[in-house]
Unconditional design. Structure first.
Lengths: 446, 496
């Protein structure tokens, strides 16, 4: 696939690293010679230094023949113009990332066909939505909605729980749920009935939302967050506040800039806004953040988020969440004891990556830094996997058919269940099994 | 500063893979040569030789396979810059050594002679130590001698990168180790595809030339061997008297044209094929200079050589060939330049210095570098009386950045430094006159072949084993354009 990536910041680089490994023909564009040199050095891509929205440059980059053009510079307007121009020049698919405040009134996070751009992604809104889903969950550290909210994937870090130290086959999971993956010491595997969960494992549960909620109770002692403290009234903070208020949660927001604080207070009714520094331990004590169910630090600055969350933990808050701009920091934050660490960059690149796969793919979620992924796709009538029971489908080791959406029905399949042509299926696959799985579900001869 | 040395075992596998490939190629020559002798015998040449090649193939393949399997344990995730430079250097030295085995077993040559001949082939130099080619080399061996030149022409590492597409950015570092500069890159976004495209173009030109030479009445064997050594601008011939031995003007013109084709940046041909318009070719500044230099040199040389040749047409025929063989650094001979006037000989030597376009198979300083240095010099002179002006060096519309200019300057300095050092070495060790020593160094560093100002026959057989090794290193330096091999000499390369 011919792909042009405009903007080589965090998202751009992450995209390059994944797309390069997948073997696409990539042209990377950035205005900074340094960023371009970095890309040249580390990835097998062609590169151009220049202004990403310039028509001449786009022509040289070959957008006319491109299957996918991604605009992810730090300037929203540039991204939109570049995507538009690329579309006009004949690019098949264009995606733009925006992150500005003006766009925060959206509730979707993704807009299709906005101003003629195929897909406009606002990762900050997406991250806020993910946070609010986590707040609603019982102890999950990540929640992903699939198949238009009919299937849910949650990530839970196991502490003390009834499911530990016995074979998975002896764990009575609620109906319509599955343990799709286990991460132990950083390595992901697809568990079998004989595998035993131990303290410190991270599990990925998948299933119908009501089943998953019940399963969460089994796996974790946490409860839904009814009282949430947010630090930072930016795009993420506001979007999160809006979602939480809709869920009738109690929300307190700490914002250091008076004007922003007043603005938020005016915009949202029923929210408590505190003007102060989120990293001020005395303030956190005074506002009794320890009594809140969830503490979410979502300012633009990674350091502030980290310190605020750590202070909140010391003040007695049981669940802490932060966003992190530098995706590299994620694992360090986790090590320091932050329960939920989300990166807008990762969210954005996950969204964009699915376009690089083409053909019937509806969504793609990358787990554990690329060790595995969850894909949602429509089974083509001509593919090898349809019209035969699951146990004869020859799914490779390290992959799992997690759900079949047949019409309005969601089936968490067993050996005898069949995928019909046109069904949506949700698959989990490790990196090694991916190619084989894709072959099974792609039309023959493609 | 830590003096802990780096772990470079990751390069064993690629080197092993290339050596294994060389073994397979030798086996191929043994087989094809044998079949050829079977079905179209040529009694004028020495018979047999296939067995020696087969034995060489077994030895080389075994070594390669062993290295490959051993190296499998140290595969690095991504080949780093350092590893790439080391791998490219080792690949060239190892390929030279392995390519020498058939010469030792098949023609009874000494190790130094065989290594010289093999490296001379691989680096497309075309200088030889074999005095009686027609009487000593069997067909399988001649085929190998030509094939090794063909492989070295577009580059064994480029071929390696094309065959193993999963090297990622590491492949890019390897590619740059063998093809420095920015020119041939970027035909396609992925380096493996770029390499493959280059080899496809190269192969296509070779096939066309084989067909043309066959049509002009050459024996198929000679046509194949000469096409291999023309497209690579190498210059090995199957005849003692080189291309002149065919004594056919049409053959000379065809070969001259293909030598000129081979010294143009292959990226331009790709642009031509993809866009279908001549614009990319004609608008390329380096190409314009190249055509200009060739035309001027041909005209001047034709006129000057009227003193040697009787009529205008004969003079044109030999002068045109001389310009083509020299600027492309091929080194075929149809004419004896030792009888040329001093001015004509100077032109030949200057052409040897300059060489062909960047991104081609030709050697020398390369026209792009020469043009850049000229423009840079003019800019500097302008600055001496108008210091406040901004003096950008441009290549066409594009301003060339200072990094590239510094690179070109260093290249030239290293090139001249090598000639200087070589002069000292050769005059000291061999005791030959200064012009002779200069001729040998120039021909080795620019991968040309024949040495101007030679004493006795135009051949390297009279030099000592030590000097032959020295010349072989000079050829490798010239082919890899210095930086790759010299990087290994700096202590910082090995330090952690």
């Amino acid at each position: 696939m011919n792909i042009v990536v405009i903007g080589l910041g965090e998202v751009g680089r992450h995209l390059l690293s994944v797309l390069d490994k997948e073997g696409h023909d990539i042209v990377a564009v950035d205005a900074s010679a340094k960023a371009v040199q970095y890309a040249e050095e580390h990835y097998d891509v062609a590169s151009i230094v220049g202004y990403g929205a310039s028509e001449t440059l786009l022509k040289i980059a070959g957008v006319a023949r491109a299957d996918l053009v991604v605009a992810v510079t730090n300037h929203d307007e540039m991204n939109l113009i570049a995507a538009l121009a690329a579309k006009q020049l004949g690019a098949k698919h264009v995606v733009a990332r925006v992150q500005g405040t003006a766009w925060s009134e959206w509730t979707e996070g993704i807009r299709y066909g906005l101003l003629g751009v195929d897909v406009v992604i606002n990762p900050r809104v997406l991250v806020a939505q993910e946070l609010s889903r986590i707040a609603r969950s019982y102890g999950a550290s990540d929640v992903v909605d699939l198949a238009q909210d009919r299937v849910e994937l949650v990530q839970i870090d196991l502490d003390e729980s009834r499911v530990l130290n016995k074979p998975l086959s002896a764990v009575e999971l609620p109906p319509h749920t599955l343990v799709s993956a286990v991460v132990r010491d950083g390595d992901l595997f697809v568990p079998g009935g004989a595998d035993v969960l131990v303290k410190g494992d991270r599990v990925y549960l998948i299933g119908r939302p009501e089943g998953v909620l019940a399963a969460e109770r089994l796996f974790s002692k946490e409860r839904e967050a009814r009282r949430v403290c947010i630090v930072g009234g930016g795009v993420v903070g506001k979007a999160l506040a809006r979602d939480l208020l809709q869920q009738q949660a109690t929300v307190m927001m700490i914002e250091s800039d008076l004007a922003t604080a007043e603005e938020v207070s005016a915009e949202f009714q029923g929210i408590e806004v505190v003007h102060g520094d989120g990293t001020d331990g005395a303030l956190l004590e005074e506002e009794e953040v320890g009594t809140y169910d969830l503490f979410a630090a979502v300012t633009k600055q990674d350091e502030i988020n980290l310190m605020a969350a750590l202070l909140a933990q010391r003040a007695g808050c049981k669940r802490t969440a932060t966003i992190v701009q530098r995706a590299d920091y994620t694992s360090i934050y986790r090590q320091l004891g932050i329960d939920i660490v989300l990166s807008p960059r990762t969210v954005a690149s996950d969204q964009i990556l699915r376009f690089s796969r083409g053909g019937g793919l509806h969504s793609l979620t990358v787990l554990e830094g690329g060790q595995a992924e969850v894909v949602e796709l429509t089974a083509s009538p001509k593919c090898r996997a349809v019209n035969k029971p699951l146990h004869r489908m020859n799914l490779p080791r390290g992959s799992l058919l997690a759900a079949i959406v047949h019409g309005d029905d969601v089936i968490i399949p067993h050996g005898k269940d069949v995928v019909h042509p046109g069904d949506r299926v949700i698959l989990m696959t490790t990196k090694d099994a991916r190619a084989t799985v894709e072959r099974l579900f792609r039309p023959r001869g493609e | 500063v830590s003096t802990q040395s780096r772990d470079f075992r990751g390069v064993i596998r690629p080197v092993g893979a290339v050596v294994l490939g060389i073994g397979v190629m030798i086996a191929l020559c043994a087989g094809v040569g044998m079949v050829w002798d079977q079905f179209a015998p040529d009694p004028t040449r020495p018979q047999g030789g296939a067995a020696a090649l087969a034995l060489s193939a077994i030895i080389v393949s075994t070594l390669g396979l062993a290295a490959f399997l051993y190296g499998n344990r140290f595969v690095s995730e991504r080949i780093s810059r350092r590893e790439a430079l080391l791998a490219v250097s080792l690949i060239w030295v190892a390929a030279g050594a392995c390519g020498a085995v058939p010469f030792m077993l098949g023609a009874g040559m000494s190790a130094a002679d065989a290594f010289f001949e093999s490296v001379s082939g691989l680096t497309t130099t075309g200088a030889t130590v074999i005095v009686d080619i027609e009487g000593r080399l069997s067909r399988p061996l001649l085929l190998w001698r030509s094939l090794i030149q063909w492989l070295g022409g577009m580059g064994i590492v480029v071929l390696f990168v094309a065959v193993f597409p999963n090297l990622g950015a590491g492949g890019k570092h390897l590619f740059r180790g063998e093809v420095p500069g920015t020119t041939a890159e970027g035909l396609r976004p992925r380096i493996a595809e770029t390499s493959f495209t280059l080899w496809k173009l190269y192969g296509a030109f070779t096939i066309i030339e084989i067909a043309l030479l066959k049509v002009l009445g050459l024996d198929l064997f000679d046509a194949v061997c000469h096409a291999f050594t023309t497209m690579s601008t190498g210059g090995f011939s199957t005849l003692d008297s080189s291309v002149g031995g065919f004594n056919s003007a049409p053959v000379e013109y065809v070969i001259a044209c293909f030598m000129l084709i081979g010294s143009v940046n292959y990226g331009l041909y790709y642009g031509l094929l993809r866009t279908g318009s001549w614009r990319t070719l004609v608008r390329n500044i380096e190409f314009r200079w190249y055509v200009g230099i060739v035309l001027c040199a041909v005209v001047v040389l034709t006129v000057l050589n009227l003193s040697v040749h009787d009529d205008l047409l004969t003079s044109f025929r030999y002068s045109f060939f001389m310009v083509a063989t020299t600027i492309s650094s091929t080194g075929y001979g149809t004419d004896d330049y030792s009888v040329y006037s001093s001015t004509a000989l100077t032109i030949v030597i200057l052409l040897m210095f300059v060489g062909g376009c960047s991104g081609s198979t030709a050697g020398g300083i390369k026209i792009e570098r020469a043009v850049l240095m000229g423009k840079q010099a003019i800019a500097q002179i302008q600055k001496s009386f108008r210091p406040a002006t901004v003096q950008l060096v441009r290549m066409g519309k594009v301003a060339v950045n200072n990094q590239v200019l510094a690179d070109v300057g260093s290249f030239f300095l290293i090139y001249m430094g090598c000639i200087g050092f070589g002069l000292l070495f050769v005059t000291l060790v061999e005791g030959v006159p200064v012009p002779t020593a200069f001729g040998t160094m120039l021909t080795c560093l620019s991968n040309m072949g024949p040495a101007p100002f030679h004493v006795g026959p135009d051949n390297f057989s009279t030099y000592s084993a030590g000097s032959k090794l020295f010349f072989a290193i000079a050829m490798l330096l010239g082919r890899l354009e210095f930086f790759t091999l010299f990087a290994l000499i700096l202590p910082g390369f090995w330090r952690r």
